[in-house]
Design a binder for this molecule. Structure first.
Ligand SMILES: Cc1cc2nc3c(=O)[nH]c(=O)nc-3n(C[C@H](O)[C@H](O)[C@H](O)COP(=O)(O)OP(=O)(O)OC[C@H]3O[C@@H](n4cnc5c(N)ncnc54)[C@H](O)[C@@H]3O)c2cc1C
Length: 360
């Protein structure tokens, strides 16, 4: 798309803000629509986010993606200023006795509220607007109920689990997974971790939250559960995992917690790229079910200028900056920041293709 084209981003979480910033820096006219009174108020609204590396085999597509994402995230957050980091240094504990514990001195804990404050100043964000539907006639027309909100040359859906509410993207197989974190009193701060600790759960070092020293322990994982009330059982689960990481920590007073919904794809890789027109796509590639003989296909039929960045799962702060770069490269025709194979492992249409091949 030509520089200066208008791009509407639906959803002001970390995916929407990082994507919006990279697009804006490449010369596009970006507006972010957020249904809440402030951006980064849902999954991206925790007081602390761990940059937890994936230890998946580096040869695998997932390993390659998260390895590239990790260095991109470090560059991106460092460029916003060192105050973004609540602490540096992360210990990743062995999954079983054959693994070593690994230390990552540059990774650590970032502050989502500080990221929000910095990015919100740089971007045009329209809060309190719940985009309910959009239509396409040459341009995209966005509506909140019966009120037209904007026209745009392109749309990027960054709505977390709510991407599946859009009639154009409801074939994306997203699962909503509830997560709860637990706040622990760290006022008497002798014998507390000085680095982030990651194992089955995670623990942050103490940091200042609303004037009191706090440690965050997380995060519970309940599939197909969208209830946002805090649960005693989830606090207990978090503390059991925390106790393995730092014996004695579970005796500390619980001062609160927070709950939100993550969006997961079935293969747990994010979903990032142009959205297919489901019916036309299935018709165009139907012959895939007959196996590898049928090699000649027409170019992919996509919904025009319509993209998605969602399914960021439990590592959204790590992956969002690279996904923002990928969408921007696709929109402006730059070389991709990942290999073609990694791009295909993130592509929104991969589930349609897999389903067709399965019919073979
Ligand atoms: C308890 C918990 C702990 C976590 N801990 C970590 C961690 O330590 N490290 C890490 O990397 N990740 C962590 N994650 C995961 C991370 O928070 C998510 O992957 C990330 O926040 C997803 O970002 P997002 O922008 O895709 O979604 P969201 O942050 O959910 O943003 C989507 C936004 O879109 C808006 N929206 C949706 N539909 C519309 C619409 N129709 N119109 C307007 N606006 C709309 C929503 O209001 C929302 O603000 C955690 C998640 C949870 C729940």
């Amino acid at each position: 798309m030509d520089k200066g084209s208008s791009i509407a981003i639906i959803g002001g979480g970390i995916a929407g803000l990082t994507t919006g910033l990279v697009l804006q820096e490449r010369g596009y006219h970006v507006t972010i629509f957020e249904r809440d009174h402030t951006p980064m108020n849902r999954a991206s609204g925790n007081p602390a986010g761990i940059l937890d590396p994936s230890l998946t085999n580096r040869e695998s597509l997932e390993g390659q993606f998260y390895h590239t994402a990790m260095s991109r995230a470090l560059d991106f957050y460092s460029s916003l200023g060192q105050q973004i980091f609540l602490s540096r240094g992360l210990l990743k504990f062995a999954r079983d006795s054959s693994d070593d514990t690994l230390c990552f001195p540059d990774l650590g804990v970032i502050s989502p509220p500080k990221i929000r404050d910095i990015l919100a100043k740089k971007l045009r964000i329209r809060n309190n607007i719940n985009i309910t539907h959009f239509t396409h006639t040459q341009k995209w027309h966005l509506f909140a109920g019966d009120k037209p909100q904007a026209t745009a040359d392109a749309i990027v859906i960054c709505g977390g689990p709510l991407a599946r509410d859009s009639s154009f993207a409801n074939h994306l197989p997203l699962e909503a997974v509830r997560g709860q974190i637990t706040y622990l009193n760290a006022e008497k701060n002798d014998n507390l971790p000085r680095k982030a600790l990651c194992g089955k759960g995670y623990l942050t070092p103490p940091f200042d939250m609303n004037g009191g020293a706090t440690i965050v322990s997380g995060a519970s994982f309940s599939r197909n559960d969208t209830d946002l009330s805090l649960r005693g059982d989830d606090h207990r689960e978090n503390l059991e995992n925390a106790e393995i990481l730092w014996p004695g920590i579970s005796k500390r007073e619980i001062t609160g917690g927070r709950c939100a919904i993550r969006a997961y794809s079935p293969d747990h890789m994010p979903i990032c790229g142009p959205v297919a027109d489901q019916e036309q796509y299935q018709a165009a590639y139907e012959m895939l079910k007959h196996g590898p003989k049928h090699q000649n296909f027409i170019p992919a039929p996509y919904v025009p200028n319509f993209y998605a960045v969602t399914g960021l799962g439990a590592r959204g702060f790590l992956s969002a900056p690279l996904l923002g770069n990928l969408i921007t490269a696709l929109i402006c025709g730059d070389p991709l920041p990942v290999t073609q194979a990694v791009y295909e492992s993130l592509h929104p249409a991969r589930f349609l293709i897999r389903a067709l091949k399965k019919e073979k």
